[in-house]
Structure formats: structure tokens, C-alpha cells
Design a protein around this ligand. Structure first.
Ligand SMILES: Cc1ncc(COP(=O)(O)O)c(C=O)c1O
Length: 398
């Protein structure tokens, strides 16, 4: 008689029950049409304040055509990792275009921004080195740091004095990587690049910036925070994503020829995971064309950002320290943030609730992101709903 096997994963069910009891269980909302400012999720048409589609490029005709043309001409897949048979002309063209756009010697493209960050940090550091990292840096930086086995020193958010103290206590001979997000994804505030670049120079650190949320948003033609702050030449490793403002999928590292050649040889996502389908590379190249030829869409993004942020603040919401199109509405308790998000959705506005462990336990929030393609009517509708639901839940008074 065979014994009935106990499910070795039954503890996962208990973890999920615990999330349900805390009101933190997350239902995946399903998008039933295109990723647009007004979209249908879970059979309901809503004003969509949850995407990273800053410039509306997910549905831009030029990108769509480029992807279709590349698919017709080159097929649907690359068939291999880059280092074996999966480097196509179109991948090299994308890297050349990105390098020119970012004003660096070279660029390597990864399958995602996550892979770019994690793969790069893990490749350039060893167990003898140190990562000095802002406490709110993205999870992919944290994971890459862990993979590298380097010592991880975390400094309080944007606290340059604390970062300096950490650096002062390290032997000058030890290799150090100082790293910050350009725009922080949960708070929408901007990294202190000039101060950190100066610190990196003083203490002879490698300087790295993750500009995932800044590329296409900050700087001339959307070149990012390095351009915004005039830091060209002072950041050794720049990471960007092709999955947010660029509207498709992927990540990249921009820097010196030596850095990029080294990553070609040592970055594990580059070595061990298949490269992009031609359609993705073609769409990204078309997106760079759009940034170079139609910078007015970035102006529209910022007009909408100013309008919506001011509207939330006038209503009386706590929008934290946001300086970008990411504007959080901070409510405190995780269950309240989820309740706010659910009620907004019922009233026709999709803004994702975010709680611990993604943000601190007492800083749960609903995160809003406007895009260049939202109309004023859509944003005003969303503000009206926010006001009504905020009063209903006791977040706003009066
Ligand atoms: C700051 C930051 N870096 C990197 C990433 C990863 O980018 P991707 O979605 O292309 O993997 C994200 C996306 O969530 C992010 O917010």
C-alpha cells in the first residue's frame, strides 16, 4: 500500500491565508484590451493610473508598425542566447542607438531592467567588494548585490551624510560600488545624483544609477536623470529599462566599451538567457526615433503630472516626496490602502494598492502614475473619484 504523500508545499497555503486575513492578498487584475489611459480590467472600463507606460508608446503606431515589419522580415524569435547564435543585426542596431541616445561609448541590452541591474551588479563585484546602496533602491539591485556576495551597506534614503560615513569607515583599497535609483519607484522622488557623484569621486567608488523610471521622462529628449543633472561622464554604470516609457520590454546598461565587453563575457542573464525577439528590438528602436523626433510628448507627460499631483494635494492627500509622474497617496495601514484601491476601482479608477514588504509597514499607499496620453477629462474624473472615496474611507476630512 502506498502512503498518501503529505503536500510538502502546504505551508504556502497557510501563508496565503495569513495574507487574506491581513487584507493583503493580491488579486491579479487582468487587462482585456490595450495598455491605454482608459482600459478594461476585470470587465470594467477604468481610468488607468497603474501603468508605467509614461509616453503611451505601448500602442504608438510607429512602434506597432516596426514590430510587425520586423516579425514579417525576421520571424518571431532569436532562437538562442546572445553569446551563441542569438545576436541579430537588430540587437546590435538597438545597442548602437541606445549608446548614442545615452551619450556613452556602448550599451548592452538585457531581457529586462531587472536582469540588467541584477546581472550587472553580480558581474562587476566579488565577495571582497562592498555595495553602498540607498535603502529604497529597487529589488533587482538588492538581489544583484546578494548574488555578488559583496558586503552590502545600506544607507538611509538619500542621506548623503550617512553614505559618506559608511565610505569613511571602509579601507581605501577596497573596491566599492555606490548605487542609487534615478527615480524611486514607490515614492516618485529623485536620487541625489550630484552629491553622490561627488562622493563617488572623493572615495574612488564605481558610481551606478538605475534610471528605469527616468528614461523617457527626465532630461533632454528623455535621456534620464544623468542628463537632467548634467552628470554625463560621472556615472560609470547607467541602467535603463525598455519596459516603461519605451513601451516594450527589456533593460540596458550604458557605459564604457570595457564595461560592456566585460558584461558580454560575465553577466549571467546575457550568457544564459535567450535574447529579444526581433519585434521587441524593432519597437525599441522606433521608440528612440519618437523620443528624438517628438519630444513634445514628454512635455505633455509633465503637464499632466503637474495637473494631477496638484489636484491630489489640493484634495488633502499625503503625496509624500514625489517629484515625478509617480505620485503615491500614502494612507498608512496596508489594509486601508487595499480598501482604497478596491473602492477606487469600483468607482472607475485603477490605482494599485502597495503595502509591506514592498513599502514600509506604516507607509502603505495607492500609487498613481499619469501618462502623456491621459486627457484632462480622464484625470479630472479620477480626482473627483479620489476625493469622494477618500472622504468615504475617512482618509480625507470635510
Ligand atoms: C527602479 C526600477 N528598476 C528596475 C526595474 C525593472 O525593470 P523591468 O520592469 O524592465 O524589469 C523596475 C521595474 O519595476 C524599477 O522600478
Amino acid at each position: 500500500m502506498t502512503a498518501i504523500r503529505r503536500d510538502p508545499l502546504d505551508y504556502l497555503g497557510r501563508e496565503l491565508d495569513s495574507l487574506r486575513r491581513q487584507g493583503l492578498y493580491r488579486h491579479l487584475r487582468v487587462l482585456e484590451d490595450e495598455q491605454k489611459p482608459k482600459a478594461t480590467f476585470d470587465h470594467r472600463q477604468v481610468v488607468n493610473l497603474s501603468s508605467n507606460n509614461y509616453l503611451g508608446l505601448t500602442t504608438h503606431p510607429r512602434l506597432r508598425e516596426a514590430a510587425l515589419e520586423a516579425t514579417r522580415r525576421l520571424g518571431v524569435g532569436s532562437g538562442s542566447v546572445r553569446t551563441i547564435a542569438g545576436t541579430m543585426d537588430i540587437h546590435m542596431e538597438l545597442e548602437r542607438r541606445l549608446a548614442a541616445f545615452k551619450k556613452t561609448e556602448a550599451v548592452v541590452v538585457f531581457q529586462s531592467g531587472f536582469a540588467a541591474n541584477a546581472g550587472t551588479v553580480a558581474a562587476v563585484l566579488t565577495k571582497d567588494d562592498v555595495v553602498v546602496s540607498d535603502e529604497l533602491n529597487h529589488a533587482s539591485i538588492i538581489d544583484g548585490s546578494r548574488l555578488s556576495k559583496a558586503t552590502i551597506k545600506v544607507f538611509p534614503h538619500k542621506d548623503v551624510g550617512a553614505a559618506r560615513k559608511v565610505l569613511q569607515e571602509l579601507p581605501s583599497s577596497q573596491r566599492k560600488l555606490l548605487i542609487t535609483d534615478g527615480v524611486f519607484s514607490m515614492d516618485g522622488d529623485v536620487g541625489v545624483l550630484p552629491e553622490l557623484c561627488a562622493l563617488a569621486e572623493e572615495f574612488d567608488c564605481i558610481m551606478m544609477v538605475d534610471d528605469a523610471h527616468a528614461s523617457g521622462v527626465f532630461g533632454t529628449n528623455g535621456r534620464g536623470t544623468i542628463d537632467h543633472f548634467g552628470m554625463h561622464g560621472r556615472v560609470d554604470i547607467q541602467v535603463g529599462t525598455l519596459s516603461k516609457a519605451i513601451g516594450a520590454l527589456g533593460g540596458y546598461v550604458a557605459g564604457s566599451n570595457a564595461l560592456i565587453e566585460f558584461l558580454y563575457h560575465r553577466a549571467r542573464p546575457f550568457l544564459f538567457s535567450t535574447s529579444h525577439p526581433p519585434a521587441v528590438a524593432a519597437a525599441c528602436i522606433a521608440a528612440i526615433d519618437v523620443l528624438e523626433r517628438e519630444p513634445s510628448i514628454i512635455d505633455r507627460l509633465w503637464d499632466n503630472t503637474r495637473f494631477f499631483k496638484a489636484g491630489l494635494q489640493t484634495l488633502g492627500f499625503n503625496t509624500g516626496m514625489s517629484e515625478s509622474p509617480i505620485t503615491p497617496v500614502i494612507v498608512g495601514e496596508g489594509s486601508l490602502a487595499m480598501k482604497l484601491s478596491d473602492r477606487l476601482f469600483e468607482e472607475g479608477v485603477f490605482a494599485q494598492g502597495i503595502a509591506f514588504p514592498t513599502v514600509a509597514r506604516d507607509k502603505a499607499r495607492v500609487r498613481t502614475i499619469v501618462t502623456a496620453t491621459h486627457t484632462r477629462d480622464e484625470l479630472q474624473f479620477a480626482l473627483d473619484v479620489f476625493g469622494r472615496v477618500g472622504r468615504e474611507l475617512g482618509i480625507l476630512h470635510g
